[in-house]
Design a protein around this ligand. Structure first.
Ligand code: PGA
Length: 256
């Protein structure tokens, strides 16, 4: 069984105290039923203000921590923002970029998303580029055009001048499946993942296999196994069901 990523996006949930409680619970679950690190890689994206508490409370656990957003500049008069460099210094290893809530609630464009991806690379963070179509776009038959447009916005900067493909993860999250209880079927997910993979391959050939493509949108313990074994699905990005250590651990078990 290849390594699967199980990533939890807490969104605007769990302040520092709740973050500590989550990792206390997760530690006791993993003490009794450890996750095979060769089967599942566990990532958690707490709110930035809970990152320090999460870091301390997850010490010694097989958890990679990230942030949910960054600004593309390194520093400056950007009240309320944090840079990729600051996130890295605070202990983040990866960052969500272009989540549908950022795109739709905060109006972030493909161009801004691409700048954030480049800022992540500049600071040595792994960007997780989130993309996905809305229900209207799907019903109008525009899913491929939308997700490929979102991917194409970041591809020109993907290959460094040295020719090396920069580290990069994609999360396909159909907007109609996020927080709605409606999940894409494993075959819907595979179809879009295959399309994204083909675009990566057309850009860098076989090196495209280094890019993990996660599925997100109403993933829960009950549907995680079917999604995780689907063709071209390298892991899952979980919102609501990642808030409890118990359900997060059950999804991680499904990967193993
Ligand atoms: P959900 O969120 O699992 O609650 O649908 C997924 C996400 O937005 O990353």
């Amino acid at each position: 069984m290849p390594l699967k990523v199980v990533a939890g996006n807490w969104k605007m949930h769990h302040g520092p105290a709740a973050a500590r409680a989550f990792f206390r619970d997760l530690r006791s679950i993993l003490d009794h039923s450890p996750i095979d690190p060769a089967a599942a890689s566990l990532w958690v994206f707490p709110p930035a203000l809970s990152l320090a508490a999460a870091r301390e409370a997850s010490d010694g656990l097989p958890i990679t921590l990230g942030v949910q957003n960054i600004h593309w500049d390194e520093s400056g008069a950007r009240t309320g923002e944090s840079s990729a460099e600051m996130a890295a210094e605070a202990g983040a290893v990866c960052v969500l970029v272009g989540h549908s809530e950022r795109r739709h609630l905060f109006g972030e464009t493909d161009e801004e998303t691409a700048r954030k991806v480049q800022a992540a690379w500049r600071a040595g963070l792994m960007p997780i580029l989130c993309l996905g179509e809305t229900l209207d776009e799907r019903e109008e038959g525009r899913t491929s055009a939308v997700v490929l447009r979102q991917l194409d916005a970041v591809l020109p900067a993907w290959i460094a001048e040295s020719g090396v493909a920069r580290p990069f993860v994609i999360a396909y999250e159909p907007v109609w499946a996020i927080g709605t209880g409606r999940t894409a079927s494993p075959s819907d997910a595979s179809e879009v993942h295959g399309l994204l993979r083909a675009r990566l391959r057309a850009t860098v050939g076989e090196r495209a296999v280094s890019v993990a493509i996660l599925y997100g949108g109403s993933v829960k313990p009950e549907n995680a196994t079917d999604l995780l074994v689907a063709q071209d699905v390298d892991g899952v990005l979980v919102g609501g069901a990642s808030l409890s250590a118990e359900s997060f651990a059950r999804i991680a078990e499904a990967a193993g």
